[in-house]
Ligand binder design. Structure first.
Ligand code: GLN
Length: 508
């Protein structure tokens, strides 16, 4: 097996174009790593045959000097994106055995393309990644197919809901992966696993073929080792799609070029000169773990050295983001998940008396506890008599949370803070108390509710014994469609630091 195959997406794409190795060799190396890393539980399905076949086709195109921007580079998808020729489960028993007749828009755009979307970037899909059931959760423990382990410490969770994606990238099983973020599910696992992840502005990536959780919040995005790799993937993933009515009609942007473009008036030594980073005081509460605060402040100090200035700002409704999100997301979920009735998709109870009994048994058997809890909450807040008190109130507050950001962005260009209040907890730490897990979403929910682009960037490691040298992420939030500015800032930080280059013991 070749030992010189290393680095992220950018390095591998370069290696392929320089013919240092073939796509088939790349795929074989990663399939071997996936096999060796099986006990992490990151993959739900590995398509070795299909990937090798695709890789050989990529090699033919590369030999002719053809193909997409990322032709032949391996990738894997969160199992919430539907894929033709592979199972698509959303981490749920409800969809066990379900195979989609088409690829999600994001899958097609990163891969072989699709009619109407044009040619794809040419990546080779290795398989599907574990996640919390229907993306509901923040530890990956809600998957019907077992938990995922954090490659930095296998007794800890990788975060969620894109836990399989983050663990697979951190452990080097795959150079990059897709994820989805409804309330933090790209940023928080990226933070817990020491990698980079970006959730773009709502509407930048098509949701076509993304199994729905809460449609007004769900967004796709990449998880990878660096901001540069994220820029390459996100450029390929984004763009208008008439099949998603909320997909943005803005012309697609080359985010990689935008990331590399110098800031006006900034020199090479101070690439962030003139950048105002707003620190909301609500993002640094007394309960924030010292491990997280220390790492985040150290990363911000590095950004200051690169020319950025830190300004105090306020997001006064930060705490309200939790109840607002945990009303709106379950409300939308209860409606979206109505389609799993045993008739159209996936699981159907084996024995039943009549149609009502079939629905009841199918849904009781198919959904896990957290999904049922959210369907019940969602149905409650939408029901007659409660709608005004809960759902409508939450919608009004959601608007006010977005207004708070608007006011912030008059005083700063980027908002920064922690991703999560602590490093990755141990498996089982939340016990039977879902509210404990909900409260830990406090720093990721506001940007989701506002629909803003946001990312997690490695910011070093915990220094206390309790933190056990686990990775910590810095969250950067930008104004609408300012993904380029976010990636530029993160890239500048990564050019000056090496936190993102560290990998857990044993990983390549
Ligand atoms: N942790 C949040 C939840 O449980 C966010 C999940 C997500 O972003 N998909 O809903």
């Amino acid at each position: 097996m070749r030992a010189d195959i290393e680095g992220g997406v950018a390095a591998l794409a370069r290696g392929l174009s320089e013919r240092r190795y073939s796509s088939e060799e790349l795929v074989r190396v990663h399939l071997a790593r996936i096999e060796a890393g099986r006990e992490l539980g990151a993959f739900l399905h590995v398509d070795a045959e299909g990937a090798l076949e695709r890789a050989r086709q990529c090699d033919e195109r590369l030999a002719r000097g053809e193909g997409g921007a990322l032709e032949g580079v391996p990738v894997a998808h969160k199992d919430i994106f539907v894929t033709r020729g592979m199972p698509s489960t959303a981490g749920s028993k409800m969809l066990e055995g379900y195979a989609s007749p088409f690829d999600a828009a994001v899958v097609a755009r990163l891969g072989a393309g699709a009619p109407g979307l044009g040619p794809g970037a040419g990546m080779v899909t290795l398989g599907k990644l574990n996640c919390d059931e229907f993306a509901m959760g923040s530890t990956n423990e809600n998957s019907a197919f077992g938990p995922v382990r954090n490659p930095w410490d296998r007794t800890r969770v990788p975060g969620g809901s894109s836990g399989g994606s983050a663990a697979a990238v951190a452990a080097g099983l795959v150079p990059a992966a897709t994820g989805t973020d409804t309330g933090g599910s790209i940023r928080q696992p990226a933070s817990f696993c020491g990698i980079t992840g970006i959730k773009p502005t709502y509407g930048l990536c098509s949701r076509y073929g993304m199994i729905a959780f809460a449609s007004s919040l769900d967004q796709a995005g990449p998880l990878a080792r660096s901001a540069e790799d994220c820029a390459l993937l996100l450029t390929a993933m984004s763009g208008h799609d008439p099949r998603d009515a909320t997909s943005s009609e803005r012309p697609a942007e080359d985010l990689h070029a935008r990331m590399l473009a110098p800031r006006e008036g900034a020199g090479a030594a101070r690439p962030l000169a003139g950048l105002r980073i707003g620190l909301p005081r609500e993002f640094f509460p007394p309960e924030l773990s010292a491990d997280v605060e220390g790492a985040v402040r150290a990363a911000l100090a590095e950004m200051e050295k690169l020319g950025a200035t830190l300004v105090d700002v306020s997001l006064p409704r930060t705490e309200l983001a939790i109840p607002v999100y945990y009303i709106i997301a379950p409300a939308e979920a209860s409606s979206n998940l109505g389609r799993y009735d045993g008739v159209r998709y996936g699981h159907r109870a084996a024995h039943y008396a009549d149609l009502g009994d079939m629905y009841r048994k199918t849904r009781s058997e198919g959904f896990g506890a957290e999904v049922k809890r959210r369907i019940m909450i969602g149905t409650y807040v939408l029901s007659h008599g409660y709608y005004d008190a809960y759902y409508l109130q939450a919608q009004k507050l959601r608007r006010m949370i977005a207004d708070d950001f608007r006011a912030c962005f008059e005083r700063c260009d980027v908002v920064a803070g922690p991703v999560a209040p602590s490093v990755a907890p141990h498996l089982g730490a939340h016990g039977d108390d879902p509210v404990k897990a909900y409260l830990a979403d406090i720093f990721t929910l506001p940007a989701s509710l506002a629909g803003l682009p946001c990312m997690s960037v490695p910011a070093g490691f915990a220094s206390s014994a309790a933190g056990d040298h686990m990775p910590v992420g810095l969250q950067l939030i930008g104004n609408y469609f300012a993904e380029g500015a976010l990636l530029h800032a993160a890239h500048a930080l990564q050019q000056a630091t090496d936190w993102h280059l560290r990998s857990p013991g044993g990983a390549p």
